[in-house]
Write a protein that binds this ligand. Structure first.
Ligand code: PEP
Ligand code: MG
Length: 752
């Protein structure tokens, strides 16, 4: 595909001007045109700056710009569509391109790069021969521009941020993202780097006088493994195929590489920064060459750099220095990065990428740590070591905050911790509305550590145990006995209360490293109950472990995820009966478990009347239900703005399900994120939910709402919300309801 190499150039992490001029040159070749110019939107001036052009090789950015009204090219911006002029001399208005090409190139094809409804750039191609503007060139350019939208927008943002940092490095700054867990905190940024992305490594001075020795020994390790690979590949595929490793070995010893790194170390530069510098210097040299062979060498250099960094990482004992008030920052914060921060030191988390439903987000919720993710162009190495404020209520982070802002936030943070103490006082009080209507509040549990938190927040049982976590952290399926021990811990923590254990719900975003097959569309694929019924031996093993774990507790509720058909429920029940019989025969004296289904799929909503007769209880998985009702991938950042569990269609669906459950006299609960969102509590109670399950950290907030409202008020909230047509209106109404009832502090620090 013609556009692919051109998009790759834009993704290179160099200065924007350099990247764009490489792009313009390459575009001429790939598209067979005589000139290419790129104009980038200047949002503040409302003009388009000529940022690269093969017509002006010595262009300095900002030298030439056009306004949409005055230049012919402006039509592209105003109409948001491509412009074709076969003879520029006859065009109705003037274009700067005529001057730049000295009227030699008479034909023009200019196309917009549009991002979120705005023309962020204009790509102008000029040709000598008008006949070359074929339909296929036009469609190629349209495809190219569509594919440039995201990477170019990102590159422009990064450039803006770097300019700001260069001009005023000490000034306060802020960045906006998406909240993955509410709260507000301040602390010192501690950056963690993903060594697969060399550019991310910060420039720092030497951290210890041991670095030259460390480097030499890491190089030795890498050379040994390369030699081994060379030998193995030569044997398997012949010396031709093994050439790559020879090239690596030569490169690693070369003065341009090895000596240059040693040189930087001796100048007092941190070892990792020294490696980054040399890798980028060398790779850039190769990338700017015309021959594809040399461009390939650039990726070899980067690969070699990563190998050395990995060897170093293995050598350096991971005693990273975490500040007592650590704000963890990374390109993509992972659950293991969070787990590495010593107990009590983690105050907040900031991530450039990642969804608010990732494992890292679930862990942050369990730990009650504010988390902002999806921050465009986050300058990670600049932030490292700086003071930051994380306001996850609005999804904003402040770097080097000004005094006034800092003290305002300090007051909010203090207010938040007072609030937490106040909430703690509710722990042993009943979860009843003012007029005595009781709602059971249970905890969602994934890690065994969540059990303590569930107890400390006064949970009335486990409403959802996500059994996949022990499967995810192993390298193989846990045995029946390993599973039994884990399940026993859960059932025995709440001996006289219900404990809902969900059967394995893997697939889509929750994959097992040892049992995974790439799928085109995993959210609609082999997940949850579908996989388990196909692999019935795994299902039976898990059910037997659950049944055996219930010995002496008899509080086991089995929950089946992703149910779509009647047959699935019948088949699963048949297997549960079989497992029960086997376990009884083995001599276990246990009660029959209660069996429930999760409603997460629209088909189950429609079939609810029929499904409900087959089971004992229903739990609504609003996370997936929203994903499938709204047709929005819950993990996709690009459509994150469309994902909202308070969408009016969701509200109607939930209400319908409650009515069906009540009609059939079946217990109904909700265990998705919505259940733990205090904004939704009155609405859910108004619908008639009498049980909610949530992350333990949300439990007391929800309890406070319950204890401050009457059932009648909740019914009125439902009535009013059912009249609203948009998600925004629903949010505003529910937020106002909390504020009017002096509960605003639950959704925003500092509000009573
Ligand atoms: C849900 O989908 O709402 C749910 C609770 O399950 P999970 O988030 O584990 O998919
Ligand atoms: Mg789910």
């Amino acid at each position: 595909m013609l556009w692919q190499p051109l998009v790759k150039i834009i993704e290179l992490k160099h200065e924007l001007d350099v990247v764009l001029s490489m792009f313009a040159k390459e575009a001429c070749k790939v598209l067979s045109v005589d000139a290419c110019s790129v104009f980038i939107l200047d949002e503040t001036e409302h003009t388009y700056t000529l940022s690269a052009s093969t017509l002006v090789p010595t262009l300095r950015s900002g030298m030439i710009y056009i306004s949409a009204k005055d230049d012919l090219l402006g039509k592209v911006a105003l109409r948001e569509e491509a412009l074709i002029i076969t003879d520029m001399s006859k065009a109705s208005s003037y274009s700067v391109l005529q001057t730049l090409s000295r009227n030699r190139l008479q034909s023009l094809l200019a196309a917009p790069v549009v991002h979120k409804g705005e023309v962020i750039a204009i790509i102008a191609l000029q040709l000598n021969d008008k006949d070359k503007i074929t339909e296929s060139l036009q469609t190629d350019v349209a495809t190219l521009c569509a594919n440039l939208s995201l990477p170019l927008n990102r590159a422009i943002h990064i450039e803006d941020v770097s300019e700001q940092i260069e001009d005023k490095p000490q000034s306060p700054m802020y960045f906006d993202g998406v909240s993955a867990n509410d709260g507000v905190q301040k602390g010192i940024a501690v950056a963690r780097y993903n060594i697969t992305d060399i550019e991310e490594i910060p420039d720092k001075p030497t951290q210890s006088d041991d670095e030259e020795r460390l480097f030499i020994s890491a190089v030795k390790d890498v050379k040994e493994s390369l030699e081994e690979m060379l030998e193995r590949v030569t044997l398997l595929a012949g010396s031709e195929e093994a050439q790559l490793f020879e090239a690596y070995l030569q490169m690693i010893d070369s003065s341009r590489f090895y000596d240059a790194i040693i040189g930087y170390i001796r100048q007092g530069i941190w070892l990792q920064s020294a490696i980054k510098r040399v890798v980028i210097e060398q790779a850039t040299l190769f990338e700017q060459m015309d021959e594809p062979y040399f461009v390939e060498r650039a990726s070899d250099i980067r690969d070699l750099g990563k190998r050395i960094l990995l060897a170093l990482e293995n050598k350096i004992l991971k005693k990273s220095h975490y500040a007592v008030d650590t704000v963890l920052v990374a390109s993509e914060v992972t659950a293991s990065m969070i787990a590495e921060v010593p107990k009590g030191r983690l105050k907040a988390i900031i991530s450039e990428h990642g969804s608010s439903y990732s494992h890292a987000a679930i862990l942050a919720k369990a730990l009650s740590v504010p988390f902002v993710t999806s921050i465009k162009a986050l300058p990670i190495s600049f932030i490292d070591g700086k003071e930051v404020i994380v306001d996850a209520y609005v999804g904003r982070i402040y770097i080097q905050p000004a005094k006034g802002l800092k003290s305002a936030y300090e007051r909010l943070i203090k207010h938040e911790s007072q609030k937490a103490v106040e909430l703690q006082a509710l722990k042993d009080l009943s979860s009843t509305t003012i007029d005595g209507h009781e709602i059971t509040l249970k905890a969602n549990v994934g890690l065994i550590a969540d059990l303590d938190r569930a107890l400390s927040q006064g949970a009335a049982g486990v409403g959802l145990y996500r059994s996949e976590i022990p499967f995810m952290i192993r390298e193989r399926f846990p045995s029946e006995d390993e599973q039994r021990i884990i399940y026993q811990q859960i059932l025995s923590t709440f001996p006289n209360k219900p404990a809902v254990l969900r059967t394995l719900d893997v697939g889509a975003d929750k994959t097992l490293p040892y049992f995974y097959e790439e799928e085109q569309n995993p959210a609609l694929g082999w997940r949850g109950i579908r996989m388990l019924l196909d692999q019935s031996n795994l299902f039976l093993m898990q059910i037997r472990a659950m049944l055996k774990a219930s010995l002496h507790h008899d509080n086991l509720h089995i929950l089946l995820p992703m149910i779509t058909t009647i047959e699935e429920v019948k088949e699963a029940k048949q297997l549960i009966r079989q497992a029960y019989k086997e376990v009884i025969e083995e001599g276990f004296d246990i009660d029959k478990p209660r069996i429930g289904i999760m409603i997460e799929v629209p088909a189950a909503v429609v079939l609810a009347e029929r499904l409900i007769d087959l089971i004992d209880f229903v739990s609504i998985g609003s996370n997936d239900l929203a994903q499938y009702i709204l047709a929005v991938d819950r993990t996709n950042e690009k459509v994150a703005n469309l994902y909202n569990q308070l969408h009016p269609a969701m509200i109607r669906t939930l209400y319908h399900l409650v009515k069906v459950a009540k009609k059939h006299n079946k217990e109904i609960s909700l265990c998705g994120e919505l259940g733990g969102n205090p904004i939704a509590t009155a609405l859910l109670v108004g619908m008639g939910f009498d049980s909610l399950s949530m992350n333990a950290s949300a439990l007391l907030k929800v309890k406070q709402v319950l204890r401050s409202v009457t059932k009648k008020q909740c019914r009125n909230v439902l009535k009013q919300v059912l009249k609203l047509a948009t998600t925004d209106e629903v949010h505003t109404y529910l937020e106002n309801f909390l504020v009017e009832n002096d509960l605003g502090g639950l959704i925003r620090a500092g509000i009573n």
